[in-house]
Write a protein that binds this ligand. Structure first.
Ligand code: CMP
Length: 138
């Protein structure tokens, strides 16, 4: 069993896609072990995406991620990191496979509806960034 962090981004929440995303997760045996709605501050968004701090899109990304509420979730399942990334589709929705969340709903490379951890170490950091152990069901 593996855990990963999922974020439904402000575009997904604002467009009423929470239920659609959660439906796809549950239909694919990714179990929600923790879930909350948050509105990130600029400092929180900068900390979360610190790995991208030197990228040209960093300012725009952190501005977007603070523009409205996000839903953050801990997902659990066999090979959860990779399987959730497959469900999301490529970061750039133009390259995303048919039937993926980003192919179906993303509107640009930044407003791509969802985020998912890309590796076990990243998942540990990202889950710990938003949740303490008491908030994740056993
Ligand atoms: P995410 O999976 O949350 O990780 C970093 C985010 O930066 C990415 O999804 C996009 O929302 C955003 N982003 C904006 N421009 C780019 C870009 N050129 N390459 C990668 N990510 C980008």
């Amino acid at each position: 069993m593996e855990r990963t962090l999922s974020i439904i981004k402000p575009d997904g929440v604002g467009r009423g896609l929470i239920g659609e995303v959660v439906k796809r997760l549950e239909a694919n045996d990714l179990t929600v072990k923790a879930m909350k709605m948050i509105r990130m501050s600029t400092t929180q968004a900068q900390g979360f995406y610190a790995v991208h701090k030197d990228r040209p899109f960093f300012g725009s990304l952190t501005e977007f991620m603070t523009s409205g509420p996000c839903v953050v979730m801990v997902l659990e399942g066999e090979n959860a990191i990779e399987r959730y990334r497959t469900l999301m589709g490529a970061t750039n929705f133009k390259e995303a496979a048919e039937g993926t969340i980003r192919k179906d709903f993303a509107t640009d490379i930044e407003k791509n509806v969802v985020h998912g951890s890309d590796a076990p170490e990243t998942a540990r950091f990202e889950i710990g960034y938003f949740f303490n152990s008491l908030e994740i069901v056993a």
